[in-house]
Design a protein around this ligand. Structure first.
Ligand SMILES: [Zn+2]
Length: 132
């Protein structure tokens, strides 16, 4: 199976977070890519990541892209996205849900988050929420 973002999305539809682990250097390529970002090897294997991680950084967006304006986001209803570090150093950028964006001081770098799969227009979107 090819190590592509479209395969990654197919796995997401099954609520799996799959990454391409390099057999040579052990780096986890997320989103998956056919060539290791670290050592350029193409000797990769699929691994499933648990949907638990830590928030590395985040941004609150008041001027959202068009699809999110359609969902009602905007200056009065901002949304957030962040970088989440999953196990073994794999990092992914994703939307954050379930945070009180009116109190951004409560969003802490390093806090535990967990995956939340949202269904939108027949697609599964990976987001993260505060860990329960
Ligand atoms: Zn590698």
């Amino acid at each position: 199976m090819e190590f592509t973002v479209s395969k990654f999305r197919e796995f997401l539809n099954k609520r799996k977070i799959m990454a391409a682990k390099c057999k040579k250097c052990g780096v986890i390529n997320l989103p998956p890519r056919p060539i290791c970002k670290n050592c350029r090897s193409s000797d990769l294997e699929w691994i499933e990541l648990k949907g638990k991680g830590k928030l590395v950084t985040f941004s609150i967006v008041h001027v959202p892209p068009t699809p999110l304006i359609a969902e009602g986001h905007g200056r009065e209803k901002p949304y957030a996205f962040g970088v989440v570090e999953l196990e073994k150093g794999a990092r992914i950028t994703a939307r954050l849900v379930g945070f009180d964006l009116k109190k951004p001081e409560k969003i802490q770098i390093g806090m535990d988050v967990e995956a939340e799969f949202l269904e939108k227009n027949g697609k599964t979107i990976l987001t993260f929420k505060p860990a329960s």
